[in-house]
Design a protein around this ligand. Structure first.
Ligand code: FMN
Length: 309
C-alpha cells in the first residue's frame, strides 16, 4: 500500500505506532497493540526493577489534551526483554529509562544480543531523573553526552533517543551537536511530554492529578506546535539521523504535518489513550485519503518537504 515505508532497514505497513507509555505496560496492552493496525509498536519505558509508579489519579484528560505524572510504573526490564524475544510480526521498539547511568548501561548491554537476534530497536528515554535537584538528563547536556557515550560504548547497534521538547535555538544547536558525535544514535524521537504543566478545574478549584501537587507532563493538542518545531529543528540539524515525531497527533492532518516537518514515523500518545487502538485504523484510512487527494503515491514524496516563506 501507499503507506508502506521503511525504518532503519525494516519495512512497516504504515508510519504509525503508540507513544512510549501508552497502552504498552501489561501483556494485555501489548497484545492489543500487536493486533492493531499500527505499523510498529513500542513498550513502556522500563527500569531494572518493576515499579508501581505514583498514586492515582496520575493521568487526566484535559480540555486540549492530557496531563500525567505516572512515575514510570512498569513490569521491569526482564519482562519487556522477554516480550521482545517472543514477539513476532511488526517492528518492535523497546523503551529503556533507567533511574541512573549504570541502570541504563546495564539494560543496554542486556538488550543488545536480543536486538541483534530479533531486530527490535532500543529507544533510550532521556526524560529521566538523574540526581534529585538537577534537571532531567535531556536538559543537562553534560550528563546527556556522558550517558550517550557510555551507552554507545556497550551498544554497537543503532538506537534512538526520546527527547524532551527544547524551546531555544541555542539548545537545538547544542543538543544536535551531541547527537551528531555518536554514530549509534540513529534516530531522535521528538517529543516527550511538555514538562510540569498545571491543569485546574474552576468548579472544584482543584488540580487534576494527585502527584506533585498537580504538576505533570502535558500531551495532546497543547503540544503540537512545540513537537513540530522539535521534529523540524533536529531534521535540519541531524541529516544522518532519522526523526520520529510524537506530540499532538489525533488524525491524519497532524500526522501529515509531522512527516512534512521531517518525521519518518509518527507516535500517538494522548489520542490513543483516549480513543483506544482502533485509532490506528481511522488514522491509516484518513491518511490514505489525504495522500490520494494530494496526489502523493509514497511517504517519501512529501517527507521533510515543508516549505518556508
Ligand atoms: N514517554 C516515554 O518516553 N516513556 C514513558 O513511559 C511514557 N509514559 C507515558 C504515559 C502516559 C499516560 C502518557 C500520556 C505519556 C507518556 N509518555 C512517556 C510520553 C508520551 O510518549 C508522549 O511523548 C507524549 O504524551 C506526547 O505525545 P501525545 O501528545 O501524543 O500525548
Amino acid at each position: 500500500g501507499a503507506l508502506t515505508t521503511t525504518f532503519l532497514g525494516h519495512q512497516v505497513s504504515n508510519p504509525f505506532l503508540n507513544a512510549a507509555g501508552v497502552l504498552c505496560r501489561t501483556p494485555e496492552d501489548l497484545l492489543q497493540l500487536a493486533s492493531s493496525v499500527s505499523g510498529s509498536m513500542i513498550t513502556k519505558s522500563c527500569t531494572v526493577e518493576p515499579r508501581e509508579g505514583n498514586p492515582e489519579p496520575r493521568y487526566a484528560a484535559a480540555p486540549y489534551g492530557s496531563i500525567n505524572s505516572m512515575g514510570l510504573p512498569n513490569l521491569g526490564f526482564e519482562f519487556y526483554k522477554q516480550f521482545a524475544v517472543e514477539h513476532r510480526g511488526k517492528l518492535l521498539f523497546i523503551s529503556v529509562s533507567g533511574m541512573s547511568m549504570d541502570e541504563n548501561v546495564k539494560m543496554a548491554k542486556d538488550l543488545l544480543p536480543v536486538a541483534k537476534e530479533t531486530g527490535c530497536i532500543m529507544e533510550l528515554n532521556l526524560s529521566c531523573p538523574n540526581v534529585p535537584g538537577k534537571p532531567q538528563v535531556g536538559y543537562d547536556f553534560t550528563t546527556m553526552r556522558e550517558y550517550l557515550q557510555r551507552v554507545s560504548s556497550v551498544y554497537d547497534a543503532p538506537f534512538g533517543v526520546k527527547l524532551p521538547p527544547y524551546f531555544d535555538i541555542a539548545h537545538f544547536d547544542q543538543a544536535a551537536a551531541i547527537f551528531n558525535e555518536i554514530p549509534q544514535v540513529a534516530f531522535l524521537t521528538c517529543v516527550n511530554s511538555l514538562g510540569n504543566g498545571l491543569v485546574i478545574d474552576v468548579d472544584t478549584e482543584t488540580v487534576a492529578i494527585k502527584p506533585k501537587d498537580g504538576f505533570g507532563g502535558l500531551g495532546g493538542r497543547y503540544i503540537l506546535p512545540t513537537a513540530l518545531a522539535n521534529v523540524n529543528a533536529f531534521y535540519r540539524r541531524c541529516p544522518t539521523k532519522l526523526v520520529v515525531g510524537c506530540g499532538g497527533v489525533y488524525s491524519a492532518n497532524e500526522a501529515f504535518q509531522h512527516i512534512l516537518a521531517g518525521a519518518s514515523l509518527v507516535q500517538v500518545g494522548t489520542a490513543l489513550h483516549e480513543e483506544g487502538p482502533q485509532i490506528f485504523q481511522r488514522v491509516v484510512d484518513e491518511f490514505a485519503l489525504l495522500m490520494r487527494a494530494k496526489g502523493y503515491n509514497t511517504i517519501d514524496d512529501f517527507k521533510g518537504k515543508l516549505k518556508t516563506l
